[in-house]
Design a protein around this ligand. Sequence first.
Ligand code: NAD
Length: 250
Amino acid sequence: FLEGRRALITGSTSGIGLAVARALRAEGAQIVLNGFGDEGEIARLVDELDAVHSGADLTDPDAIAAMMEEHGPVDILVNNAGMQHVSPVEEFPVEKWDKVIALNLTACFHTIRLAVPHMKQQGWGRIINTASAHSKTASPFKTAYNAAKHGLDGLTKTVALELAQSGVTANCISPGYVWTPLVENQIPDTMKARNLSRDEVINDVLLAKQPTKRFVQPEEVGALAAFLCREEAGNVTGANWSIDGGWTAQ
Ligand code: NAD
């Protein structure tokens, strides 16, 4: 059902973004990948998905504009690139704060403002933002991430209202813990911040939040993103979809 649609998925060389790209490709969308990584691995993904790739650094607004110009116009925009930094607030490095906000929030504003004119003009578009359970609730030591993700929820709702009668929807998907490099890489700092072992971080911090006691699979997020692109989802807008094993039900 996405034949003839072009989808840009930011941060799609790894983890959730890659799974979303695979899910949209499976429905026929033409894929624009974005993100960093090993050149050979990216070439393999481009080949697998019959895609193109932009290596734009999304913390740089000029690079975002160049990417949108080169690879647009897009019919489906998935703002997914994100990063985490774990530290007590009083020790939180100022440059990390700026970077997390730039990538997880400001980049989404730029891609949206540049994608919307085409979507509005053709009367169809899908904006899907990967937020997080941390767009609805907080955990300590993640000030920048939680602020950015709460902000992304607000950005999404506002855009949804502005575009409500234009055939363009805007929604957040909010996963709990998904087993990806982003989660794996925060384990050492969380061990340090909380003085815990690796197993304690996994079982007593990460999965403690998730009543299902299992990590969300990237493919499960991909399936939800594909659903939001369907015609039947045309009246789903301004929503923030949890896929968190019951975390935010508590
Ligand atoms: P990941 O680390 O596996 O992938 C991140 C992607 O973003 C990679 O493709 C990377 O190259 C790209 N990226 C990083 N910095 C970039 C930059 N400056 N410019 C362009 N691309 C950049 O992470 P993931 O776990 O798949 O996370 C994807 C999204 O899902 C993020 O927004 C994250 O906050 C969110 N999320 C993840 C989880 C989880 O448990 N993994 C939970 C909730 C929300």
